[in-house]
Design a protein. Structure first.
Length: 344
């Protein structure tokens, strides 16, 4: 082992090899110090290298080490590669055995989405057992859009996270809001009081409340129909209009019960709902009534598309004139909701 100096590392190596009379192949060279120029020619340092002479036996040993190093590296590489391949196959096999897929969306992200978009997302993720369920609870579509998702259940579970794993054939049910199918409005029969005077008054109400304004005009010609014909009307009863004559004379108190989108058509007259200004309220039925968060009442005056909306726990002031055709609609899924009019 010998140490040699020079202005550069190469100068030091050449000096050492020449001094030892060997070539680079038979030398093990280590740089001890890099050259430094110093400041203004001061503190300058030369490069220093250490040279060890290698014999032929040392060179042979070095070759073997390099050879074994290469072979070892190749073996390690193949071991890692094979491990990755078998690990991937194992994961693929497990996944194939379980048929597990990741949910594409969290339950908390469904509120404003259209059901068709949600169905497409689950299909694209690979799920196969997808069902849609209509919630036919829309009346105007003002508060909730047609087709908007209410909830999604996966195997009956309503809460789930995006990326959560389920089998590809797990039951998925998508519930969404839509309008109910159009149904014919039915004639309305009036609850009768025990006295003959109330019976006469309420009979006029019964004959003036029909499916359409045109039917309301023609209803007067039906007053002479026999009791059998009247029974047929009663059989079609879906909701009821009640009017207490003793209260009507004083305040014009009128209450209508119904629900599930049904309508009550009335022509304003002294014998029916009297002309005047009323405070209108909507309340859900006690038994089988609509959800207060989704139900409300609507009032159309002479077919005007600008409806008057009556929300729960609120009252609206409306004025009816003689001869006006009024349509009252029960916007909700209940069966016993009530619209009440109290004359001011």
């Amino acid at each position: 082992m010998a140490i040699y100096s020079g202005e550069t590392v190469n100068d030091a190596i050449e000096k050492g090899l020449k001094d030892l009379g060997i070539d680079k192949k038979h030398a093990k060279i280590s740089v001890i110090q890099e050259p430094k120029t110093g400041i203004l020619g001061k503190f300058r340092k030369e490069a220093k290298v250490e040279i060890i002479i290698l014999t032929d036996a040392d060179l042979e040993k070095k070759k073997k080490l390099i050879k074994f190093g290469i072979i070892g590296g190749v073996i390690v590489f193949f071991v890692i590669f094979l491990n990755m391949v078998f690990s991937g196959n194992s994961t693929s096999t497990d996944s194939s055995d379980n048929n597990e897929l990741s949910v594409p969306i969290a339950s908390s992200e469904l509120a404003t989405q259209n059901y068709e978009s949600v169905v497409e997302q689950f299909k694209n993720a690979g799920f196969t057992n997808i069902k849609t369920t209509k919630m036919e609870d829309l009346i105007t579509g003002w508060l909730t859009e047609d087709g908007s998702v209410e909830k999604v259940t996966i195997n009956g579970q309503e809460d789930f996270e995006s990326g959560e794993a389920f089998s590809n054939d797990v039951p998925i049910d998508i519930f969404y809001h839509t309008y109910p199918p159009e149904t014919e409005q039915t004639d309305v029969v009036v609850d009768k009081e025990s006295s003959a005077e109330n019976l006469t008054s309420e009979s006029s109400i019964e004959n003036s409340i029909n499916d359409t304004p045109e039917q309301a005009e023609s209803s007067s010609s039906m007053e002479d129909k026999d009791s059998e014909s009247m029974s047929e009307v009663t059989d079609k009863l879906q909701y009821t209009v009640t009017k207490k004559e003793t209260q009507n004379i004083i305040t014009g108190d009128v209450a209508m019960t119904g629900g599930d989108g049904t309508k009550v058509n009335v022509v304003i007259s002294a014998d029916n709902i009297k002309p005047g200004t009323y405070s209108a309220t909507w309340t859900p039925g006690v038994f089988g009534g609509s959800d207060p968060g989704r139900g409300y009442g609507l009032i159309y005056i002479n077919g005007d598309p600008n409806t008057i909306q009556i929300m729960p726990e609120e009252s609206m002031v409306v004025t009816f004139n003689e001869g006006d055709t009024i349509t009252f609609q029960f916007a909700g899924t209940g069966k016993n909701d009530r619209i009440r009019l109290i004359q001011e």
